[in-house]
Design a binder for this molecule. Structure first.
Ligand SMILES: [Zn+2]
Length: 417
């Protein structure tokens, strides 16, 4: 298990697969490997922190094969305050552009208006010469140390001494705006989501390397698998699930090559002199795109438009699309469990009514349903804001963005009187 130290002694961030949710990053484990604070799989036992809601899961101390722990050496620094991040990220906006591929994606696949794409300041993470970008950003600021503590940037040692550059996969960069229009972070929709092995039952394995796509254009990888004391090297294609049953017909194992996570925080917490995006994680407030022209940095969004009713959805693109389609302020949170991050911004905006617009499968996915229930309970306890749920039939679209693209509007149902 790959771990990274956190600010709490004896607690580590799980950088390899979390024993509870199987995802990488954010979830915490104690030194004894008996308790996991998972960020993704809800239970009734939880607490709220600056990175969102953490769910306590107890591991059976006898059942876990204690895996060797590798603790990453971490020379990252603390994240700088929002006003500083905003200054650096806005300098960056002037130094990089939106690639034509990403522009086409937003226009053709996401049905954005051209004007909206421009005003929302999406960008593309360059694949090469990132140090040149970092250098130009420094030239726009006052001092090279201005990049210290800014997630995404880090300083590394080169042949001619230390230099600043940028981490992250190449892809579409999505800015997160605070309620005062400060850009406080980015998510990257990576062009090539990493491949992952999804394994169930008595099997272990890892991806050795990605190889040429198959005749149907599916991604493939050479993998090493261990099952029933045998080690084998196999080539798997994406979405081609292999299941093994015993002679008596009992399930033994299954393995499937899958595309992993698409959206990643732009963060450099694992690099020397880098910074992690967490503590607190950014949330994104989307206003309808015509408002952006009039929204200056430092100006609270409620002076631009009525914020007595605010909508909440998951992810920055959905929030941007929903704000345009509904002509309402819409928060994009970085995960269904991250709602506690909204408490202060909603209070500051003077919100009286929150409308939750999660994907239409909310009622069929027990984990999302539980996150929603806890979210409602949280706001009912902490505020006197009215709470509603936006609902629609999944045949009209999965997310609120799809629904609006298909020219439907959601039904708004009060959750609590
Ligand atoms: Zn987890």
């Amino acid at each position: 298990m790959k771990l990274r130290r956190t600010k709490h002694a004896g607690w580590y961030e799980v950088m390899s697969a979390c024993p509870i949710c199987g995802q990488k990053g954010w979830c915490r484990i104690n030194h004894e490997q008996t308790i996991v604070h998972c960020m993704r799989v809800p239970t009734d036992d939880y607490f709220d922190s600056i990175i969102g809601r953490q769910f306590r899961h107890y591991l059976d101390p006898n059942a876990i094969p204690k895996t060797k722990i590798e603790i990453e050496l971490n020379k990252a620094v603390d994240k700088k305050p929002d006003h500083h991040l905003n200054r650096v990220y806005r300098a960056l906006i002037n130094e990089i552009s939106l690639s034509s591929d990403h522009f086409e994606h937003l226009l053709q696949d996401r049905f954005f208006e051209e004007k909206a794409i421009r005003l929302r300041e999406y960008r593309s993470m360059p694949s090469q010469e990132r140090y040149k970008v970092a250098k130009s950003v420094i030239n726009r600021l006052s001092d090279p140390s201005d990049l210290l503590g800014v997630p995404g940037f880090f300083c590394t040692e080169g042949r001619y001494g230390p230099y600043w550059t940028m981490s992250g996969g190449t892809g579409l960069m999505l800015p997160f705006r605070s309620i005062t229009n400060e850009i406080t972070g980015w998510q990257i929709r990576v062009d090539n989501a990493p491949l992952e092995l999804s394994m169930k039952g008595a099997i272990k394995g890892e991806i050795l390397e990605e190889i040429e796509r198959d005749a149907n254009g599916m991604r493939r990888a050479r993998c090493q698998l261990r099952a029933q004391d045998k080690t084998m090297i196999v080539e798997l294609s994406e979405k081609d699930k292999k299941t093994c049953h015993s002679k008596s017909g009992q399930f033994v194992f299954s393995v499937e090559l899958k595309q992993g996570q698409r959206y990643w925080w732009w963060s450099s917490g694992s690099k020397d002199n880098g910074a992690s995006i967490g503590g607190p994680l950014p949330v994104h407030l989307a206003l309808p795109h015509p408002c952006l022209k009039y929204w200056s940095v430092g100006q609270s969004a409620d002076t631009i438009m009525d914020c007595s009713e605010v909508w909440v959805t998951e992810g920055p693109i959905k929030a941007d699309k929903a704000a345009d389609g509904l002509v309402k302020p819409v928060f994009g949170i970085p995960g269904a469990g991250a709602f506690s991050l909204l408490l202060e911004p909603l209070k500051q905006l003077g919100c009286k009514h929150i409308v939750f617009a999660y994907d239409a499968d909310v009622v069929s996915t027990p984990e999302v349903q539980m996150a929603l229930e806890q979210c409602v309970e949280f706001f009912a306890k902490k505020t006197d804001m009215a709470l509603s749920l936006a609902m629609w039939d999944i045949s009209q679209g999965k997310g609120i963005d799809d629904l609006l693209d298909n020219n439907f509007i959601p039904r708004v149902t009060p959750l609590l009187e």
